[in-house]
Structure formats: C-alpha cells, structure tokens
Design a binder for this molecule. Structure first.
Ligand code: GDP
Ligand code: MG
Length: 381
C-alpha cells in the first residue's frame, strides 16, 4: 500500500456495441486519480468483449498482451477501471508482471496518502480491512487447494489423506478472518470515540451560537479555494488534485450584519461518482459536519464538461445523508474558465434556485455569494 505509483497503464472492458470515444472519456476520472496520487498514465487500453472474463477480467489473450506491454513500456502498475473479484485479481497478477489495482484500491491509496488526522487514518484502516475481508474469502478456495495438494502428497499412503484435503488452508484463513474481524471491531470502537469528541465540539459550537456553513461538492470543484477566498486565510491546502482535502477543515468568517455571532465554514472531502459503498460509509464521520450545518454551499466546477452529472452525484449523496431539505446555495465556480454561453445555460437552468456564479481564484462575484448567505442568516443575528 505504501509504494509510489509511477507509470500507469489503464485498462477496461466494454461491450461490443459501445462507442469507443465515450469509453475512452470514461478513463478521464481515473487519469485524474492517478495524477492525484503522483503517477502518470502512459497508455489506455480498451477491450471490446461481451462481458469481463470471469477469471481474468480482460480476455486471457489480452491480459498476456498487456503483460508484454508492461515489459516493453516499463510500466509500474496496471489499473482496471472497474472492480476486480479476488480470483480475477489473483489471476491477473500471475499474468501481468507488475502491480495490478482496481478502482477501489486506487481510491484507497489516494485516501491513504492524504489522510492527515488520526481519525481519517482510522477510517481508512477500517475501509481497508473491510476490503481485505471478502478478498480473503475469495482466496480461501485457492489456498485450500494448495494446502490440500501438499497434504495429499505427504499423506499419499495414509487413509487420512482425503480428510486432510479440506483442513490446513481453511484453518489459516479462519484465523486471519477472525483476526481481521476483531481488528475491525476495535477500530470501529476507536472511531466511535473520535466521533463522540467531534460531537461534543459541535455541541459546544452550537452553544456558543455559531452559524455553520458546510462547503460540499465534487472533487476539484474549488471548495478549498472558495474557503480560502472567503476566509482570506492562506493556510488551506489548495491543489489541483482530487481529494486533497480529506479531513473536514474549519474556518471563520466575519460578516457585516452577523452581529456577535460568528460564522464557521467547514470544508469537506470531495464527492466522487461510483465511490465504493464501503468507502462511503467509512467517510460518513467526516460528513457529520454536513449533516449538522445550518447552510450548505454546493460548489460546482462550471468549466468541467460534466458539470450537470457532477451536480447530480452531489445532490444524490446529500439526499442519502438526509440533507435534502437543508438550505442550499448553488455556487457555480470557475466562471473565469468557462465561456459566456456555458454560463448562460446554467443561469437559465437554475433561475429558480439560489445560485451564484463566481470565481474563487480571481475572487469574482464573491459579494453576490455573501449577499445570498446573509439572506439565510437567522433574523436575530
Ligand atoms: P476542491 O477539491 O473542491 O477543494 O478544489 P480546490 O479548491 O483544491 O481547487 C481545485 C483546482 O481548481 C485548483 O487547481 C484551483 O486552483 C482550481 N480553481 C479553484 N477555483 C477556481 C476558479 O475560480 N477558477 C479557476 N480557473 N480555477 C479554479
Ligand atoms: Mg479541497
């Protein structure tokens, strides 16, 4: 898990009838994930196939081809833009002479690299252990067969040979599973304690009468930049990388008319499409801030070709968090990088919503945003 990624080959299987250009575009997010991790993509390979091979994901011939390419191009890692079953992953590793990851493992690696607080690290470890768990189940059969082979060879003349055939592999695995299970429980308890502390902190803030605003939005939409622009604090990590904010960060804003009451801004981790449910639940703790917030700023990258889809992903996650009814301002960001007709489309589409169009980078139209926020402050502040 600690190894650094360098030269990556991306692969995927698509149905015969699909459009190759579109399928290539689906690699974009994975490319950004790889770059976020500090690697570079040297090749993208699509295989048209009825469905992924049950044993090797790519067809076996294709897998060997990729293996050869890895050697020729000196690749360090092959990443499947999908999710590998344990046996697929085991078989691919035997064919391809470098590390083979799937999307889940790639995301885990990035989370791991960026986890800063003990809480974030703990959440990761839980996600990782939970991910290992089914993998061990999958490996059970293979390991048992190996063990059975050894047992059969050594006990060939004894009558006990057959019974031994089911034993040793399963036993080792059972111990491993039990260990993982208890580890997950212990980590879970620790995480509960962290959450309690956070809860207490939040309650204290409430008692002190803070008005909390949470920045939510797709990864890379400009949440941290906006937070920085609003708080004028230059110590928030801003990077052109997905997930560069893994932990919730808080900042304070002083607003004219907000009286004695302080406004707290909470930056959050980015949302991403197809986030594996296992990871999603591990990160719920950091999203507590979102659930507790008085107001949400949904930050949107308007310069992205997939703006509309990204808005939907975030809206859906907010619904799942039970935040459907929470007051929300749509903050269309990066207007400096978008042509006027693109902006006009969203202005029209969102004319019945509270929506503002800003550039966090150039600090454009931030007053519009502050005015919208002010409208939503409780009257007594
Ligand atoms: P986050 O993942 O949502 O926190 O996004 P960041 O604040 O880290 O920003 C991601 C990238 O978008 C960085 O390279 C920023 O410089 C860039 N960015 C943020 N706001 C703007 C903007 O208004 N205009 C442009 N052109 N780029 C921006
Ligand atoms: Mg950020």
């Amino acid at each position: 898990m600690q190894q650094k990624l360098q030269r990556a080959i991306l692969v995927n299987v698509i149905p015969h009838e699909s459009d190759k250009k579109e399928a290539m575009a689906e690699f974009d997010e994975l490319v950004r994930l790889v770059e976020t991790y500090g690697g570079m993509v040297i090749l993208k390979i699509l295989q048209k196939r009825g469905r992924p091979s049950a044993s090797t994901f790519l067809g076996e011939g294709k897998a060997h081809e990729v293996g050869q390419l890895v050697k020729d191009m000196k690749a360090d890692v092959v990443i499947v833009n999908g999710f590998l079953k344990p046996n697929q992953s085991n078989n691919l590793v035997n064919i391809i002479p470098c590390e083979v990851l799937d999307r889940f493992e790639m995301i885990l690696k990035i989370f791991e690299k960026h986890a800063q607080t003990p809480e974030a690290k703990l959440q990761l470890q839980i996600a990782y252990n939970k991910y290992e768990f089914p993998k061990l189940f999958g490996k059970g059969a293979a390991l048992s067969q190996q063990a059975a082979g050894m047992a059969a060879r050594s006990a060939v003349s004894t009558a006990g040979g057959k019974r031994a055939a089911r034993g040793p592999g399963e036993k080792i695995l059972e111990v491993k599973r039990r260990h993982l299970r208890s580890q997950i429980q212990t980590l879970g308890k620790k995480l509960q304690q962290f959450r309690k502390v956070r809860e207490l902190q939040r309650e204290r803030r409430k008692r002190q009468d803070f008005f909390t605003i949470a920045l939510v939005g797709y990864t890379n939409s400009g949440k941290s930049s906006l937070m920085r622009a609003l708080t004028k604090k230059k110590n928030i990590l801003v990077e052109n990388k997905l997930f560069s904010t893994l932990d919730t960060r808080l900042g304070e804003v002083y607003m004219e008319g907000s009286g004695k009451r302080k406004i707290l801004l909470a930056d959050t981790i980015g949302f991403i499409q197809n986030l594996p449910p296992l990871l999603f639940s591990s990160f719920l703790a950091t999203l507590d801030e979102v659930k507790e917030a008085d107001l949400l700023l949904h930050v949107i990258d308007i310069s992205n070709p997939k703006t509309a889809e990204q808005i939907k992903v975030v809206d859906d996650i907010l619904d799942k968090l039970g935040c459907a009814e929470k007051p929300r301002i749509y903050v269309f960001n990066k207007i400096d990088a978008c042509n006027p007709s693109g902006i006009a489309v969203f202005k029209q589409m969102y004319n019945t919503f509270p929506a503002v169009f800003v550039s966090a980078l150039l600090e454009q139209n931030l007053d519009d945003l502050l005015a919208e926020i002010r409208k939503r402050l409780p009257v007594h502040v």
